[in-house]
Write a protein that binds this ligand. Structure first.
Ligand code: ZN
Ligand code: ZN
Length: 75
């Protein structure tokens, strides 16, 4: 199969989460694991677009739930 961005032949491709193009390793700008099973990939084209880049960064940020513990001390 061929990379949809540069046309290079690839064995294993990655798919950009924003433009849905199949990419070779060189065309992937960054990838990030969001959850244990979910991974998002951004290509170099989309990285150049500020809105998509921001989206990528915010999606990658995992929200940490603060556990409600016995943090209030009573006297
Ligand atoms: Zn490529
Ligand atoms: Zn893309």
């Amino acid at each position: 199969m061929l990379c949809e961005r540069c046309g290079k032949e690839v064995y294993k491709n990655e798919v950009c989460n924003y433009c849905k193009k199949k990419l070779c390793f060189n065309c992937v700008k960054s990838s990030r694991r969001v959850t244990k099973t979910n991974r998002i990939v951004i290509c170099k084209d989309c990285w150049g677009k500020i809105t998509k880049r921001k989206q990528f960064k915010s999606e990658g940020r995992v929200e940490v739930k603060q556990e409600e513990g016995p943090s209030y001390r009573r006297y």
